[in-house]
Design a protein around this ligand. Structure first.
Ligand code: DGY
Length: 320
C-alpha cells in the first residue's frame, strides 16, 4: 500500500523524524528553514498531510489555496491560533494539536519567568557578563520575594493547573479566573474568581495561560493592568497577542508593575525592542516547551494523530 505523503515543516527530533519516515512518505526540512507563505502553500498542495508548528500560518486565505489533496494539518503545538479553524473545517481539512504533553515544560518556564522577574535575574546576569559587578551591599539588587504572595492564573487549563501546583511549592496562594470553575479535585484549594477584574485585584503575580482566541486578544491592556496590585509581576508563557505591549511598557516604566517575565511576544521571532530596553524584564525566546522530553512527546503525539486519521478513525486531539 502506498504510504500517505507527509510534509514535516520544521526540523523535529531524530526519533520523531525516524518514526515518520518509517510510516509515511516524508518530506523533511533538514535545514529548518522557515518557508515563505507561497512555499508553504506549494508544499502543502503536493502532500496528503502537513505537520507544522506555530511558525507556519494557515490563515483563511492560505487554506483557500491549499487545493484538494491536503487532508489534515497535524500541529506540533498545543496552541492553534496560527490556523483558521473555521476555514479549515469549511475546507474539509482535519486539524489536530498536542495538548497535555507540554504542560510540565511550560510550567517550568513560567516559574523561571516569575523568579527571573521577581529576583532581577536578567539584570544580575547581564551585569556580571559585562564585567560591571563592582559593588555589593544589603541594598544591592533587592527584588521581590514570591513566597506567601498571591499567584493569579488566567486560564486554568492543563498548563495553568500544573503551573499553579508549582507555585504552591513556593507557598503561594493560588487564585484563578477561567470560563468555567474547575471541580474541587482539580482546584486543589485555588480560589475561583468569576470575573477577570476579581482575579486581577488579588494577583501579586499574574500568569497568563489562556489561548489567543479572538476574545482574549489584548486581554492585558492599559485598563486591566491598572487593576493589578501596585508593583505586581506579570508572566506570559502563552501567546504575545494576549498583551497590549505598549501598555505593558508604560506599566513597567511607571513602576505600576515591578517586573515582567515573558517567553512570548507579538512579533516572533524578534520580540519587542521597547520591552527589551527595560531593566525590569526577564525575557526568553518562546522556549516554553523546548525540552528534549517534551519535543519527543509533541512529535509522537502529532504522529499518533496522523496515524489515527489515516487508519480511518478520529484523531484524539482533533480541534477542527
Ligand atoms: C505550543 O505548543 O503552542 C507552543 O507555544 C509551541 O508552539
Amino acid at each position: 500500500m502506498t504510504k500517505p505523503k507527509l510534509f514535516i515543516a520544521r526540523k523535529l527530533r531524530a526519533a520523531v523524524e525516524a518514526r515518520a519516515a518509517r510510516d509515511y512518505d516524508v518530506v523533511l526540512n533538514p535545514e529548518d528553514r522557515l518557508f515563505s507563505r507561497d512555499e508553504l502553500v506549494a508544499m502543502c498542495r503536493q502532500v496528503d498531510a502537513v505537520l507544522p508548528c506555530h511558525s507556519e500560518r494557515f490563515s483563511a486565505e492560505v487554506i483557500a489555496e491549499l487545493g484538494p489533496r491536503l487532508k489534515i494539518i497535524a500541529n506540533h503545538s498545543v496552541g492553534t491560533d496560527h490556523v483558521d479553524l473555521a476555514a479549515a473545517a469549511a475546507a474539509g481539512i482535519v486539524v489536530t494539536n498536542t495538548p497535555d504533553v507540554l504542560s510540565d515544560a511550560t510550567a517550568e518556564i513560567a516559574i523561571l519567568c516569575m523568579l527571573g522577574a521577581a529576583r532581577r535575574g536578567a539584570e544580575g546576569d547581564a551585569m556580571i557578563r559585562a564585567g560591571k559587578w563592582d559593588f555589593w551591599s544589603p541594598a544591592f539588587m533587592v527584588g521581590r520575594q514570591v513566597t506567601g504572595k498571591r499567584f493569579g492564573v488566567l486560564g486554568m487549563g492543563r498548563v495553568g493547573q500544573v503551573t499553579a501546583q508549582r507555585a504552591r511549592g513556593f507557598g503561594m496562594e493560588v487564585h484563578y479566573h477561567n470560563r468555567r470553575r474547575l471541580p474541587a479535585h482539580l482546584e486543589e484549594g485555588a480560589v475561583f474568581h468569576d470575573t477577570l477584574e476579581g482575579l486581577l485585584a488579588v494577583s501579586d503575580v499574574l500568569s497568563l495561560h489562556c489561548p489567543a482566541t479572538p476574545e482574549n486578544i489584548g486581554v492585558l491592556n492599559a485598563r486591566t493592568l491598572a487593576l493589578l496590585p501596585d508593583r505586581a509581576i506579570v508572566v506570559n508563557t502563552a501567546r504575545g497577542a494576549l498583551v497590549d505591549e505598549a501598555a505593558l511598557v508604560a506599566a513597567l516604566s511607571s513602576g505600576k508593575l515591578f517586573a515582567a517575565g515573558l517567553d512570548v511576544f507579538q512579533t516572533e521571532p524578534g520580540g519587542n525592542p521597547e520591552i527589551a530596553a527595560l531593566p525590569n524584564v526577564f525575557l526568553l525566546p518562546h522556549i516554553g516547551s523546548a525540552t528534549e522530553e517534551t519535543r519527543d512527546a509533541m512529535g509522537f503525539r502529532a504522529l499518533d494523530n496522523l496515524d489515527a486519521f489515516f487508519a480511518g478513525t478520529s484523531p484524539g486531539d482533533r480541534v477542527a
